[in-house]
Design a protein around this ligand. Structure first.
Ligand code: ZN
Length: 489
């Protein structure tokens, strides 16, 4: 029944009448904006959503791959924005209709500082050689753009933004970690994929950042001179002032490239000292090498089965739980204090379950928000375990549709129960790359009047004259990229 209800909600519904005595229906839609563009959100560039003092702020990739910000005021149920918050140097004009023309790596990550200023980092895929030499990585396979830091001009106000030139140009997969005391950590890969993963710490609300500290080391592999050690990592706040890192290894073929990823790893930092340890508490030397990772931080060895970066949180005992795609499965891992529990396939036998993010209520009780396509319908739903992940039950959908499929963000920082995750939708019937954006939680999607949700202006007119996507070119690109997706470079 719930499923049917939310499918219905995706269509226009009529709610009451206009105010000020003018009779007539107000068309309400379930999305808050229609100008997501390409792949507007992902779990890797995170968080894209933060709840702060009664307002949920969201950031996503809009037209021209520029960052856009909107805000939902919970007390009034009103939306503000979206507002363009900066310019990505990777965008092409006019907007493209061929997905192969987009880079999609510069999605914004968002954080609100102690004073209420909203910060974004966006706009880069490893930086551009014209920005100078990269001391911690390499330009490789089309690295471009410039990692850009934009801050709201006023606290709690998304209407105006300024660029602060205080971070390197070379980042990719920008991620913000905010500790309870307000210290900010900006994590990212310092260049093309043959680059270190680093963090920069700010103790003054993003006015200044300490120099990058390498966490994961890129280097020529000890196993083969034609392999470069490369990584894909996900960082988040752990218990107290710890920061977790969960990651996969990419044996990058040199000089060519390959799509393989393998294994799942975990480690953590005590922010007070900057010291890193494995899950058993053994000290790690930075930057962590492939050899050290294999010996000290391995969660699962996947061998020839491809793993993909996932998400990780810790429970009240400070023990990590992870959800990582492995092959066509989604694997759940939990450290029980002594060992990693045997990996569990979430939704085994129920079709493919896509990656997502999760909330730990207690060590044995975990709720995930995951996507699934079954019998021609797409849904983003709760999945729950009450036995420490041994079994999982699919629960209520947050949104479902036959026409639209959905791409999730990571879960909101300090999430309000009504606004847990940002979703970008895709309709296979639409010949353009604009996406409807949804904010979902316990009440279903937080929509708004249709007249407020349209933000494309004349963009559909502007792109009308573009030639249709070239299938031959797309095929050539596909072969060149050897089946790589956005996050593979
Ligand atoms: Zn590679």
């Amino acid at each position: 029944m719930l499923l049917a209800r939310f499918v219905l909600l995706l269509n226009l519904v009529v709610l009451g009448s206009f105010g000020s005595g003018a009779p007539g229906p107000v068309a309400q839609v379930d999305y808050f904006a229609d100008n997501g563009y390409g792949n507007p959100v992902g779990t890797l560039q995170h968080p894209a959503v933060e709840h702060y003092q009664g307002v949920t702020y969201v950031a996503y990739q809009g037209p021209h791959e520029d960052p856009y910000v909107a805000a939902y005021v919970h007390a009034t149920g009103r939306w503000l924005g979206p507002v363009q918050a900066g310019v990505s140097l990777m965008g092409k004009a006019p907007d493209q209709i061929d997905p192969g023309e987009l880079d999609n790596h510069g999605k914004p990550a968002l954080v609100v500082d102690r004073q209420g200023y909203i910060h974004l980092v966006f706009g880069s895929h490893g930086g551009d050689p014209k920005n100078g030499k990269n001391p911690l990585g390499a330009f490789f396979m089309g690295t471009k753009g410039k990692m850009t830091h934009a801050v709201s001009v006023k606290p709690g106000d998304i209407s105006a933004w300024r660029v602060v030139d205080n971070i390197p140009a070379f980042g990719t997969y920008n991620q913000w970690v905010k500790l309870a005391n307000g210290d900010l950590y900006l994590f990212y890969r310092h260049g093309g994929h043959r680059s270190d993963w680093v963090y920069q710490k700010s103790v003054d609300d993003g006015r200044t950042f300490a120099a990058p500290v390498s966490v994961l080391k890129h280097k020529v592999s000890a196993a083969s001179r034609t392999i470069d050690d490369s990584w894909y990592a996900w960082f988040d706040v752990g218990q107290g002032d710890t920061i977790t890192a969960s990651y996969v290894y990419h044996p990058c073929a040199d000089p060519k490239h390959n799509a393989h990823r393998q294994n799942v790893y975990f480690m953590q930092m005590a922010a007070r000292t900057g010291g890193w340890t494995n899950v058993q508490g053994e000290r790690l030397t930075l930057p962590v090498t492939k050899e050290a990772a294999d010996k000290l931080t391995l969660v699962e060895a996947t061998g020839t089965v491809k793993s993909t970066h996932g998400t990780c949180h810790v429970d009240t005992a400070g023990r990590p739980h992870l959800a990582f795609p492995v092959g066509h499965e989604l694997h759940y891992y939990r450290w029980d204090g002594q060992a990693w529990q045997k990996p569990v396939v979430i939704g085994a036998g129920q079709g493919r379950v896509d990656d997502g993010d999760f909330i730990i209520d207690s060590p044995l009780h975990v709720r995930m928000i995951l996507g699934q396509t079954r019998e021609g319908a797409n849904d983003i739903s709760w999945w729950e375990t009450t036995d420490g992940g041994l079994t999982w039950a699919k629960g209520a959908p947050l949104i479902a549709s036959k026409e639209l499929s959905f791409t999730p963000s990571a879960i909101a920082r300090n999430a309000h129960p009504d606004a847990v995750m940002l979703l970008a939708s895709r309709s296979s019937t639409e010949p353009h790359l604009y996406r409807r954006m949804f904010l979902v939680g316990g009440q279903g999607p937080l929509g708004r009047p249709a007249a407020e949700a349209g933000h494309l202006g004349n963009r559909l007119e502007q792109i009308k004259s573009l030639p249709p996507p070239s299938l031959a070119k797309a095929e050539a690109k596909r072969k060149k990229k050897a089946g790589l997706s956005d996050d593979d470079l």
